[in-house]
Ligand binder design. Structure first.
Ligand SMILES: NC(=O)c1ccc[n+]([C@@H]2O[C@H](COP(=O)([O-])OP(=O)(O)OC[C@H]3O[C@@H](n4cnc5c(N)ncnc54)[C@H](O)[C@@H]3O)[C@@H](O)[C@H]2O)c1
Ligand SMILES: [Zn+2]
Length: 253
């Protein structure tokens, strides 16, 4: 791990362009459950009831009850050292793009700026008929689901079977194709087309780094796999005094 860390650090230092792809694993240490993990959200809920247009059409109130709870959990959560390290990496990079599958807004709250939210976010609700948006500061009340146009407000996220926001995905694909270093953090790589940003989009000579405690569908596409958690590994990739302190005080072998 130490040799790999040093190589990734050096690659990042030399890179003119860096692209990071994150999944729910980076927010696990902020207390938000991943999708497929031991406490994963889909173990306790049926996807087709909660995260599909058909489920929403059947029972919008059930869907909103669930997303109101998730939004409240996002607001209670605090960005962890992994989110913070990515924001710091962006500040010292000339060309840095962060494409995330997460809808929890933690990257923005950690200070990342060039963030592409591939699966949307929960800061707004969007009318499923006319596209009008309303901010979601707290909960969306049951009597606020109906819009005057006859449509219904739904979470502004991408559900199973739906297309990704075209512009965000196109920009992410360009960033992955341009990058000298691609960091793939906390994603199982099972959800397409997001996973293709790590497997198909990078150039042949790009250096692909996976950061995940477990092997994934991405692993065989990676040049290096740093097997650890995002909040432990990412701060170690940043050179400088604070990084030295982490290296001495950290728990990684
Ligand atoms: N926080 C969120 O916004 C959130 C939460 C749950 C699911 N999702 C959704 O999940 C779907 C995609 O699946 P995914 O690949 O993001 O999640 P996933 O559940 O399929 O995979 C999570 C991955 O994170 C890894 N992981 C767990 N703890 C980690 C840690 N501390 N550090 C680094 N990696 C860790 C796991 O080994 C696993 O490979 C997306 O559609 C996304 O919108 C988002
Ligand atoms: Zn409307």
């Amino acid at each position: 791990m130490t040799g790999d860390l040093a190589e990734v650090r050096e690659r990042l230092r030399r890179a003119s362009s860096v692209c990071a792809l994150t999944g729910s694993g980076i927010s696990a240490e902020s207390g938000l459950p991943t999708f497929r993990g031991v406490n994963g959200l889909w173990r306790t809920h049926r996807v087709e009831d909660l995260a599909s247009p058909a489920g929403f059409a059947r029972d919008p109130l059930l869907v909103w009850t669930w997303y109101n709870e998730r939004r409240a959990a996002h607001l209670r959560a605090v960005p962890n050292a992994g989110h913070v390290a990515l924001a710091a990496l962006e500040r010292r990079s000339t060309d840095f793009t962060l494409a995330t599958q997460n809808v929890d807004s933690l990257h923005l709250r950690a200070g990342s700026v060039n963030v592409l939210e591939l699966h949307g976010h929960l800061r707004e609700a969007r009318c499923d008929r006319c596209g009008a948006r309303v901010p979601l500061d707290g909960e969306l009340a049951p009597d606020a689901i109906a819009h005057v146009c006859g449509g219904r407000f739904r979470p502004d996220i991408v559900w199973f079977g739906e297309a990704l926001p075209r512009d965000a995905f196109a920009r992410a694909a360009e960033a992955a194709a341009r990058a000298d270093v691609v960091l793939v953090i906390g994603t199982s790589g099972l959800v397409e087309p997001a996973a293709s940003l790590a497997t198909r989009a990078p150039r042949g000579d790009a250096f692909v780094v996976e950061i995940n405690p477990e092997e994934t569908a991405i692993s065989r596409h990676a040049d290096v796999a740093l097997r650890g958690t995002a909040s432990d590994v990412l701060p170690r990739l940043l050179a400088g005094e604070s990084e030295t302190a982490v290296a001495h005080g950290g728990s990684m072998p």
